[in-house]
Design a protein around this ligand. Structure first.
Ligand SMILES: Cc1ncc(C[n+]2csc(CCOP(=O)(O)OP(=O)(O)O)c2C)c(N)n1
Ligand code: SF4
Length: 311
């Protein structure tokens, strides 16, 4: 077998799920996050993305432990602050595929402001929010998606604040790919991951993922564990059939908001997907123009020139 040379590296054996696993997950037995991780390993295996091009980042929370369990570059940041870090990685290394993982608290509460900015700037990355409607790691506090009446350590007599609507929030952020899935639906999660990864822009998937310890049954009333009433969005196929008129057009923001406002838990799938220039591409264009203007000066020359101007 050829071992390759510096100029012609040896062909790499295909990546397997085993190669993609890292530490043994430490979640409670039965936690929905296990299935999200299994689906992620499956999609990486399917897409054969080399390890060195994958970056998995997270904030703090049970779901945010995700990067420990994926064999890739990765990092764990302050609660709610993974998105700014991920934005920096994505903008400086466009060749990497950046993933961010976290919970509903991390994404919609303490990190909610970052979501708005990553969305409106359309920074290239895939953000996965594992929504369990509770703060799991800190042992049962009300989260922004907890329903009214939910009894927790912060609302001992039942929550009375109106919960946010995650899909409305994600659509309003300006994200160019917005989808929802459910942790009992492995094939569906794989499909959503794959489509999000292929999207050129800020893609975000909310996955309903049960916390069996502090909010068991959060999604059971309408979506039984085995996915009995799991309803996938039917997207327009443009096949000219009469039924196509009633199918969802994911490029239509108004229809996406209408789906988001359906009775809980509504439907699952791609709510919205459009192409809009990414900040990565816009910045690259700006840098190329600057290089042209400065006749190929090095970064150091440019830095020196800037300092000299400021002096
Ligand atoms: C600045 C800051 N505030 C609060 C905390 C405490 N804290 C850690 S994780 C967490 C919430 C986790 O909930 P969520 O993001 O929904 O993730 P889950 O554990 O449910 O997956 C909180 C409040 C912290 N670590 N840092
Ligand atoms: S506390 Fe809940 S979210 Fe955290 S690992 Fe256990 S089941 Fe999962």
């Amino acid at each position: 077998m050829s071992t390759g040379t510096l100029d012609t590296p040896a062909p790499r054996p295909p990546l397997t799920r085993k190669d993609l696993r890292a530490d043994h997950p430490t979640w409670c037995p039965g936690c929905g996050d296990f299935a999200v991780l299994a689906s992620f390993h499956r999609v990486l295996e399917k897409m054969q993305l080399p390890h060195e091009r994958i970056v998995t980042l997270a904030g703090i929370g049970c779901s945010s432990r995700f990067p420990y369990f994926v064999n890739s570059h990765g990092g764990h940041f302050i609660h709610g602050r993974a998105l700014p870090f991920a934005s920096g990685v994505s903008l400086s290394r466009d060749d990497l595929h950046v993933f961010v993982f976290g919970g509903d608290g991390d994404g919609f509460s303490i990190g909610g402001n970052h979501l708005q900015h990553a969305g409106r700037k359309n920074i290239k990355m895939t953000y996965v929010i594992m929504d369990n409607s509770v703060y799991g790691l800190t042992k049962k506090q009300t989260s922004p998606t907890s329903p009214i009446g939910f009894k927790s350590k912060t609302d001992t007599t039942g929550a009375f604040d109106r919960p946010i609507n995650p899909m409305n929030t994600l659509l309003a952020s300006g994200a160019t790919f917005v989808a929802r899935s459910h942790a009992t639906q492995v094939n569906h999660m794989v499909e959503m991951f794959e489509r999000a990864m292929k999207h050129d822009g800020f893609s975000v998937i909310e996955i309903l993922s049960e916390c069996v310890e502090f909010f068991p049954g959060a999604f059971d009333t309408s979506v039984p564990r085995k996915g009995g009433s799991f309803v996938a969005i039917e997207e327009k196929r443009g096949d000219g059939s009469p039924e196509d008129a009633n199918r969802h057009d994911p490029t239509n923001l108004e229809s996406a908001f209408a789906l988001a406002n359906e009775q809980w838990p509504g439907v699952f799938g791609v709510f919205y997907q459009v192409n809009r220039p990414t900040k990565n591409a816009l910045e690259a264009g700006l840098i190329a123009k600057a290089r042209e203007r400065t006749k190929g000066a090095s970064d150091l020359d440019l830095l020196r020139a800037t300092f000299n101007r400021l002096r």
